[in-house]
Design a binder for this molecule. Structure first.
Ligand SMILES: [Cu+2]
Length: 199
């Protein structure tokens, strides 16, 4: 794919690559994976060739549908930009993997990559893209897989650099570290009402 002057992850907004440069990236053009809209109107996933068949309602219950794919790039004030190379450097420098209380309030690599504070890299991408990338059915948007493959890439880089995987092994079996129960909310990537960063 052709690289734009301001590809995703170029860094904080500058005169050369303002915030809008992220929306203007080649990725979101007709020759990429299409852009923004309800539904999106360009690219290989526009409504006349790509249909969303299953969606979440406001309580994350699944229901059938037949509509075009939606995105609202950069429209959510909670995530006005995508993560940047500086975000990645910061994330790779996090150690240990996780800390008490093993929640969205925890410091460490896991939360910085996946979750909150205020948005970990993974959640920040979901919220910045918006539309169908928000609810539990976010795999409806093929860009979901770019985001998750990037999470895997950073996870591998963190392991290769020899980061501290188990800082507090005695605590691993504690009840407080049990997998978070998924709450049924419309947007699993917002910190207001959800505990699992893994959607
Ligand atoms: Cu995700």
């Amino acid at each position: 794919m052709r690289r734009s002057a301001c590809p995703i992850g170029t860094g904080p907004p500058t005169a050369r690559c303002p915030q809008s440069g992220q929306v203007g990236s080649a990725l979101w053009q007709n020759s990429g994976i299409g852009g923004t809209g309800r539904p999106i109107s360009n690219g290989p996933f526009q409504a006349n060739v790509f249909r969303v068949r299953i969606e979440s309602n406001a309580f994350a219950a699944l229901r059938t549908t037949d509509r075009g794919l939606t995105r609202e790039l950069g429209a959510d004030p909670d995530a006005p930009t995508l993560p940047t190379p500086a975000s990645e450097v910061d994330t790779l420098g996090q150690s240990p993997y996780d800390t008490a209380p093993w929640s969205r309030a925890s410091l460490g690599f896991r939360n910085r990559l996946e979750g909150w504070l205020p948005f970990g890299m993974h959640n920040q991408v979901h919220v910045w893209i918006g539309g169908d990338m928000g609810p539990a059915t976010s795999p409806n948007d093929p860009v979901f897989y770019l985001n998750h493959c990037n999470v895997d890439r950073i996870w591998e880089a963190w392991l290769v650099k020899g980061s501290n995987l188990c800082a507090e092994p005695i605590r691993i079996g504690a009840a407080s570290h049990a997998p978070a129960k998924r709450s049924h909310v419309f947007n699993p990537h917002k910190p207001t009402n959800h505990t699992s960063p893994n959607a």
